[in-house]
Design a binder for this molecule. Structure first.
Ligand SMILES: [Zn+2]
Length: 59
């Protein structure tokens, strides 16, 4: 199981995104960010994607 804590990405948000793979987390995180934080697809730069990938924790 892998998890991504939204607040680690700098948002004031208690959401924890869970998934079996990094790709699953990234896809869920993208949806969450667009819905809850008004992030647009074009805001998801390679740098931001890279940064968020680095915040994923394995447990
Ligand atoms: Zn969030």
């Amino acid at each position: 199981m892998k998890t991504l804590t939204c607040s680690d990405a700098g948002f004031d948000c208690a959401a924890v995104i869970k998934g079996d793979t990094e790709d699953e987390i990234m896809s869920k995180a993208g949806e969450h960010a667009m819905k809850e934080h008004n992030i647009k697809a074009e805001d998801m730069t390679p740098e931001l994607t890279q940064k968020i990938r680095g915040l994923i924790r394995s447990s």
